[in-house]
Design a protein around this ligand. Sequence first.
Ligand code: ADP
Length: 492
Amino acid sequence: MTKYLLSIDQGTTSSRAILFTEKGQVYASAQEEFPQHFPENGWVEHNPDDIWQSVLRTCQRVLAENQFSSADVSAIGITNQRETTLVWDKTSGKVIYNAIVWQDRRTAQFCDSINTPAVSYAISEKTGLCLDAYFSASKIHWILENVTGARARAVQGELLFGTVDTFLLWQLTKGKVHRTDATNASRTLLFNIHQQCWDEELLALFSIPSSMLPEVMDCSADFGRTAAEFFQGEIPILAMAGDQQAALIGQACFKEGMAKCTYGTGAFLMLNTGNKALKSKSRLLTTVAYRLKGETTYAIEGSIFMAGATIQWLRDALKILSSASESEAIAKQAKLEHGVFLVPAFTGLGAPYWDADARGAILGLTRDSGINEIVSAALQSVAFQTKDLQKAMERDGLRPLSLKVDGGMVANNDLLQFISDILAVNVERAEVIETTALGVAYLAGLQAGIFSSMDELSSLWQCNKKITPAMTEAQRNRLYSQWQLAVEKVQK
Ligand code: ADP
């Protein structure tokens, strides 16, 4: 009987359930958006019930629409928005506060208040990250400090913490299992990525009792089984990975030096560094790429806050586009070197600048600049920001051999050409662009014995389009140096 792998992709704005064939092809999918809550300036929350119910409904829908039951699914894999933090009662299962989303900045001041050179050094040495509100630790601390009675209950061992993967596993198993995987653990700021364990010193720093923490597993492992009531029978849950790591796996970047960049709302460049956890000198993050059979593979990661979101801004705030896809045809009407630069520092600049106070700007306007030039500059900024990350990686002695790309923006062929031109690397667009979901389908399939090895997975990966650089070096250098000048102007 033909069986399928079911991937749960719980993202920041929507939940998706995707059925894959055992050859890694998308068979069917269902998706549901859910509300975002912004209770105060800089705060971002999700209702935990929205997260869970949207996941349950999309899974049930994709199965029902294909007349499938649990018997048709060999395994489930879970991938998720990373860092987002939930705390719930061990006995009642009741979540004690909304999920605090990775974008939430409410704990920035607290992070500043505990930041000393010694603390910052210890954090970077142990976790590969930097002391920032982005990661889970300060969010857990906030919940324990601000929800009435929470700290006392936590100390009594009554409360559990989980990122979204852990929370979904807990729900799917009806409170039987409290586990996470090494990639998600590596984004909490509490996990020692070298020793692969929770770190007592960091737990003390954030005043978090260790009894709250989930057990950390490999990415492919027997995580538990879904309660029979959800899908007319139990389904084994055999894989977990944070979204960016899952995309790296879905792109089959299994060798040292292989890199992928996911161009969605933001963009995330990740480069596989093999069994070495390299320490970046240029403010990139070191993270767990995946852990399989107890062996950890590491990656260097750089994040761009505004990629597709800049195009959304042109559409929704400036109203100079009616759709994101229109951007390609409009930008085509501008000269390549139009002299306009858009620095999308709307919420500060991410890696390698980490300048929270920088703000966006459009520079180089002249009387012949118009909508075409501004749209082109917005798209070009995505390539320039990727180049910034490439340069940072080079300073760390790393050079991506080629770049595999995915995410909503890669539908734009001219953008891919410009990225290839500015980076002077080959860019490869994947055939299956649902690479995040594909990544955990691969991981679940490995555990289920459907796929035998990473080599087999590499052979399944297919390129949809390969783009090679066509720009002269002189033009590349000219454009990039003008971009660098523009960035300097917005930095605080
Ligand atoms: P996410 O998973 O972060 O929600 P997606 O991977 O679905 O994002 O990508 C959506 C983003 O891609 C949007 O921000 C949109 O503006 C952008 N986008 C979609 N199509 C195009 C296009 N043809 N050209 C440029 N940007 C695009």
